[in-house]
Design a protein around this ligand. Structure first.
Ligand code: DX5
Length: 232
């Protein structure tokens, strides 16, 4: 089994889907104060997934309320059309879905040319091999542990072998210390260790952060401790 304890640090990253959209500025400031490493915006176009969320102007309005990096998880059919707007709104990483990109290699290169880092997301049925030929263009691979579109879904544990496969692919090309592995969906106290032990170092949590009765800061530190213990 590959050793996931690479140099990549554990990062706890909130999805703002469960946040109060009427006060997103306060919400992102509270997430920063709770100790998150960056913030993920789940961008949905109502076509690639049956849900509709944040335009670039919403993200731009939240940008001035905190200093942590933003990444946009583009669950959209037209990432090439949208990329520039989300980068100019303040996102330093764009995550595109392999399933939505006719020319994934070109899409990742365009994101890099626009000054952001590119990442590729794999929905549950998409094999790890879909990113084999773009590992030199990305700084992260996102292995979805739910089907994209909604928060609050159950973690899919059968994705853990895919996480290990991506880890092994990165090791095979000498990129294991440079390319993050992110997981997204159903991550909480009972599931984070399995994902981290498999190789994930960037862990997205939405529901688990907001439902913690001891608050955001406790949720972030508890998840971080569990992930670090699993990768030790
Ligand atoms: C799915 C979304 C969710 C969200 C996290 O498209 O990407 O996975 O970020 O939701 P929770 O943590 O509530 O499963």
């Amino acid at each position: 089994m590959s050793d996931p304890a690479s140099k990549r640090p554990v990062m706890i990253v909130p999805s703002v889907l469960p946040a109060d959209f009427s006060k997103l500025g306060e919400e992102v400031a509270a997430l920063e104060a709770a100790g998150v490493d960056l913030i993920q915006w789940d961008v949905m176009d109502g076509q690639f997934v049956p849900n509709l969320t944040f335009g670039p102007d919403v993200i731009r309005s939240a940008r001035r309320h905190c200093s942590v990096p933003f990444e946009a998880h583009l669950m959209v059919y037209t990432p090439d059309v949208m990329a520039k707007d989300y980068i100019e709104a303040g996102c330093s990483r764009l995550i595109v879905h392999a399933e939505a990109c006719t020319h994934l290699h070109r899409t990742c290169g365009n994101i890099n040319d626009l000054g952001a880092t590119a990442a590729v997301a794999l929905s549950p049925a998409t094999p790890a091999s879909a990113v084999q030929h773009v590992l030199d263009l990305v700084d992260m691979v996102l292995v979805m542990t739910v089907n994209p579109g909604f928060g609050g879904q159950a973690y899919i544990p059968t994705m853990e072998p895919k996480i290990r496969e991506v880890q092994a692919m990165l090791e095979a090309v000498g990129r294991a210390d440079d390319v993050h592995i992110e997981v997204d969906g159903g991550i909480g106290p009972d599931t984070i260790a399995g994902a981290a032990a498999a190789g994930a170092n960037v862990l997205i949590a939405g529901s688990a952060l907001y439902r913690d009765p001891e608050g955001l800061e406790h949720a972030v530190s508890d998840l971080r401790a569990r992930a670090e213990a699993a990768r030790a």
